[in-house]
Design a protein around this ligand. Sequence first.
Ligand SMILES: Cc1ncc(COP(=O)(O)O)c(C=O)c1O
Length: 485
Amino acid sequence: MSMDIPPGGRISGFRLARLLGEWRRRGARQGSSDLAAAIRLLVLDGRLPAGTRLPAEREMADALPVSRTMITAALDQLRTEGLVSSRRGAGSWISLPSGSLGTIPDTPLVGTSMLDLARAAPPALPGLLDAYDAVRSRLPAELAEHGYYEHGLPALRAEVARRFEQRGLPTSPDQIVITSGAQHALALTLRLFTGPGDRVLVEQPSYPNALDAIKAVSAIPVPVGMTSTGWDLPGVAAALRQAAPRMAYLVVDFHNPTGHRLSAQGREELADIARRARTPLVVDETVVELDLDGDPLDGPPPMASFAEDLVVTTGSASKSHWGGLRIGWIRASTEVVHRLVSSRTALDLGSAVIDQMVLAELMSSPSYTLQPRRDLLAVQRDVLLAGLREHCPGWRFSRPAGGLSVWCELDAPVSTRIAVMAQNHGIRLAPGSRFGAHGGFERSLRLPYVLPVEVLREAARRLGVVAASVAGAGAAAEPMSVPVA
Ligand SMILES: Cc1ncc(COP(=O)(O)O)c(C=O)c1O
């Protein structure tokens, strides 16, 4: 472990306590190894980058609901693992372990850049720049207006509604609210349907930022495990009966992270189950357009077709066009749209107009097609899977038919250990535990295929070295008993 003090930023005790979110709420009932595990997780998923200076123990003790002794013990444990370094007079900072978890001498880092396999987000669609140019000529008319569109730019609402119609779901622009991404859309629906202490049914595993959003409004995720082939609908029905959640958050198209898609028959059953329990379903369609083996128009009908009264659909241009646009939407009844927009104004007064114009421009263009993006992702997917078969032969996975990532089953409960080791090899990974409502998934790893093929080949090769090294080191990862913070 290097004792050079890195030039990282400093995190305050208050901010660390916020990052430790759910752990903090349960803190008093947990031990120092749970606190160490919660901090370790923040390091692994990149929220506490290497080099970050930690608050003094005294400041941590003021911010966290635990004793200073427990903090000292947790930091001691992290020091032993090499995740924290300290020097008298200079304090403590986050470091990356090398010797204590084993080094792999034959794999130097390529430059200083990390291969980011933690984010399943592709770069911008090539036509985006042209759309910005096209929109410029129409800007003067727009600039003469006030620029506030709480429901969204009318032209974009119409395009989003048209796309639902093309997918067989009659939709009027009045049923659409444009948001700043699907994450914002979920936050708005959570504000509408839940209050502190309410339950929200989620798939297990699920999209980590959605789990964080649920916890951030002090709601309680009620996880229902996925099966190896998809949804446990009897399990969903039982959870709706027993836990009486205020809403369910589901990703039925190319589920993140497993890649599963719910069949039309499954959707019908799910609609019946939700109707019996009168539970609103918030259905996230962020990657519905990324059908890699077929045409999105040939897929099962949108979930809202089966329960128009109960389903609120969220969607996004982030994965189809570009995450940097920060444009998403909600489709709901006009009554729910009205309530959503009324509550929205306490948070924001609409999304950026120019970005909405750009997306409307793209979607309305006669030559508009996402097929090249789908084709490229399909090639990247196949390259990654071939690389994994070659370099990580003990890992199991099924070929996702859409979406942006593959969910691997590892040969041992080593996901966290692999994520830690991979950093030494220039790969950033989100450990499986990030996808559980309360951690877990030490046997699972989500690997996105959004990077260029040559990078994916190299990533698979490096993952093979990491996997072999972890197996050689005995593979006994400490269980992550702590919820994701
Ligand atoms: C299922 C799911 N929902 C929501 C989001 C966030 O989307 P946005 O960038 O539109 O906020 C993502 C991004 O990875 C996602 O995979």
